[in-house]
Design a protein around this ligand. Structure first.
Ligand SMILES: C[S@@+](CC[C@H](N)C(=O)[O-])C[C@H]1O[C@@H](n2cnc3c(N)ncnc32)[C@H](O)[C@@H]1O
Length: 236
């Protein structure tokens, strides 16, 4: 796999350095974050920023499916604060906070990852409160296969400009695409974190089936400069 060798070297060297330096106070790390952040991570966040900025003029809210500890959720919400402070857009977060649990045959060997990425809702809510983002973020706790149809049924007017798909698995990705095809505005984007990733084939299979069902509705865009996200579908 591309980068596997240099990743392994970097991860072992950074572990050794962190052991040598000893524990640091949380906010002293955060306030100097470029010192600690690797370029793979940095390029991911630059790509996500570019994508969010590309939909600022598209009507509709932002959604993230699979928020885990909330890093990307908070990043996108803070970008809205910076780039669209007077706008109406809010961010909807969908997660069971149980980690990966809902597997199908299409997920193949990913079943070995059961329970990975379990989150902590109370901790995430504490950070949302710290940054006064309670009015901008709405969390929908539960399985997406249930919470999304319930929300769409309850709120018939809800529309989106950017939908970040990061649950890694087939059924939830299918539920997101089928549920939001009609609710994504023209020019809006579905963004995928694990598309074309060998270790999580279900996400790619769900995207392929969706594109077969809607062959003319989207253009596929590569995300330059970042390993993840790996695909954007932009609605015509
Ligand atoms: C890879 S993590 C998300 C990472 C996060 N977007 C980030 O950038 O830090 C996957 C998340 O999807 C959630 N998840 C997976 N399948 C789900 C489902 N069917 N319903 C709700 N949440 C689900 C898991 O609980 C987990 O938090």
């Amino acid at each position: 796999m591309k980068f596997a060798k240099e990743d392994a070297t970097y991860l072992s060297e950074r572990k050794a350095l962190s052991q040598e330096l000893g524990p640091r106070e949380l906010w002293s790390v955060i306030d100097h974050w470029p010192l600690y952040c690797g370029v793979a991570n940095l390029s991911r966040f630059i790509a996500i920023s570019d994508l969010l900025r590309s939909v600022l003029n598209v009507p509709g809210h932002i959604a993230e499916f699979g928020s885990w500890r909330g890093g990307n959720l908070m990043f996108m919400t803070k970008l809205l604060q910076i780039f669209d402070p007077m706008g109406q857009k809010v961010v909807h977060s969908f997660d069971s906070f149980e980690g990966l649990t809902q597997f199908s045959a299409q997920d193949a060997d990913a079943t070995a990852q059961r329970g990975r990425y379990a989150g902590n809702l109370a901790e995430l809510e504490a950070f949302i409160a710290l940054y006064r983002l309670q009015d901008t973020i709405t969390i929908h706790k539960g399985y997406i296969e249930n919470t999304l149809p319930e929300l769409l049924n309850r709120d018939q007017g809800l529309s989106f400009s950017m939908v970040y798909c990061d649950t890694d698995l087939y059924e939830s990705t299918k539920a997101i695409l089928d549920g939001l095809h009609d609710r994504l505005c023209s020019g809006g984007i579905f963004v995928f974190d694990e598309w074309n990733y060998q270790s999580y084939p279900g996400e790619t299979v769900a995207v392929r089936e969706f594109l077969n069902a809607h062959p003319q509705a989207y253009t596929m865009e590569h995300v330059a400069r970042a390993r993840q996200p790996s695909l954007v579908l932009r609605k015509r």
